[in-house]
Ligand binder design. Structure first.
Ligand SMILES: [Zn+2]
Length: 73
């Protein structure tokens, strides 16, 4: 059984199966989601690594509200 991963162009968002976009010849990336476990067995270690909860960690978080506002204006 051959499993073909759906690809998506990172430039224009076109879906396809090749390595390059048929529309703009941009790079295609696999759409398949990353492996995810709701139990997150490595969560505690990961949070400790990034020092979650500290002021530095809060400052390092992305701020989607600002980005969205900037794109709309
Ligand atoms: Zn494209």
């Amino acid at each position: 059984m051959v499993r073909t991963k759906l690809q998506r162009c990172i430039d224009c968002g076109e879906y396809g199966l090749g390595e390059n976009c048929k529309s703009c010849n941009g790079k295609m990336v696999a759409v398949a989601p990353l492996k995810y476990s709701p139990e997150d067995p490595q969560g505690a270690r990961r949070r400790q690594r990034v020092d979650a909860g500290s002021d530095e960690w809060v400052d390092s978080l992305p701020t989607p509200r600002k980005v969205i506002k900037g794109e709309e204006e």
